[in-house]
Design a protein. Structure first.
Length: 217
């Protein structure tokens, strides 16, 4: 009887002290701070897909409005697109190659190469935004403002809307690139993949908008 009671006490003591180890909350496990399980990898891609779908719908509505408004009335005055847009477009297209290069190097465990190309991508994104601002300044020199005519209004709205979304991509590049991913290679890989897909999307979206503004003047 005494032996049985002793064994029961030992078993209860072990259970009370945590038969299973406490969840870690550092960057090297699959649980978030507080012990809650982290979202699976597919959840992030699902959220990204929904976000991109929303962006597509937003810009398609602007594109439809652009086409319809152009066909109404005779107050549509085509604007001369600043030449700097060719440079910014080239920079953004190149950034798709650099970000993809960074992603592949990380997949090959070349962290140094990944960081270098990831940084180049970030710089190219900043160059693009700076070039867009220069394009606005060039239009101001020509006397073309937001309310000058419907054509200029759409130019400012479309480029500004894309710029805001691209700025979100740049912030993601900075966060992923500067964060210390201690013992969290899988989560870093997921973050890199998500950011890369978003960046490619922003690149393709700008090419579409540039062609719309250039050919649809």
């Amino acid at each position: 009887m005494g032996s049985t009671i002793t064994e029961d006490v030992v078993i209860q003591d072990l259970g009370g002290r945590g038969g299973s180890p406490p969840a870690r909350s550092d960057d090297g496990d699959d649980r978030a701070p507080g012990g809650k399980p982290r979202a699976p990898r597919r959840a992030y891609f699902t959220a990204l897909s929904l976000g991109l779908a929303g962006i597509v719908m937003f810009f398609m509505s602007l594109t439809s409005a652009y086409i319809v408004r152009k066909g109404l009335g005779g107050d549509w005055q085509p604007i001369e697109l600043p030449r700097v847009l060719w440079f910014t477009t080239t920079a953004l297209v190149l950034s798709s190659f650099t970000v993809e290069r960074a992603r592949r190097l990380l997949a090959q465990s070349d962290v140094g190469g990944y960081r270098a190309w990831w940084g180049i991508t970030t710089v190219l994104g900043l160059v693009f935004l700076a070039g867009q601002y220069m394009a606005w300044l060039a239009l101001r020199v020509q006397g073309v403002y937001l309310v000058s005519n419907p054509s200029s209004s759409f130019f400012y709205v479309l480029t500004a809307a894309h710029g805001v979304h691209l700025l979100g991509g740049i912030l993601a590049l900075l966060v992923v690139g500067l964060r210390r991913w201690r013992n969290a290679e899988e989560r870093r890989s997921t973050a890199v993949d998500i950011t890369t897909i978003y960046w490619h999307f922003m690149d393709g979206l700008w090419v579409f908008l540039f062609l719309l503004l250039f050919l649809g003047r």
